[in-house]
Design a protein around this ligand. Sequence first.
Ligand SMILES: [Zn+2]
Length: 66
Amino acid sequence: MTTQPTCLYCQQANPIHETECRQCGMPLPVEAAKAGERRLRRFTWFCAGLTIFCIVMFFWLPRSIV
Ligand SMILES: [Zn+2]
């Protein structure tokens, strides 16, 4: 997933690997964008793990509870 870093000051979308805003020259929040991407990836793995856990529990636990 690639997201264009947006300037916090003028909301100008800048190309990736750009360190300063093309419109106003202010430094772009590159580190924040990277951290967000890493957090999203971790969340995706968490969801995948939870899904696998649910499937395992579905087959492992007894079906008929009378
Ligand atoms: Zn700007």
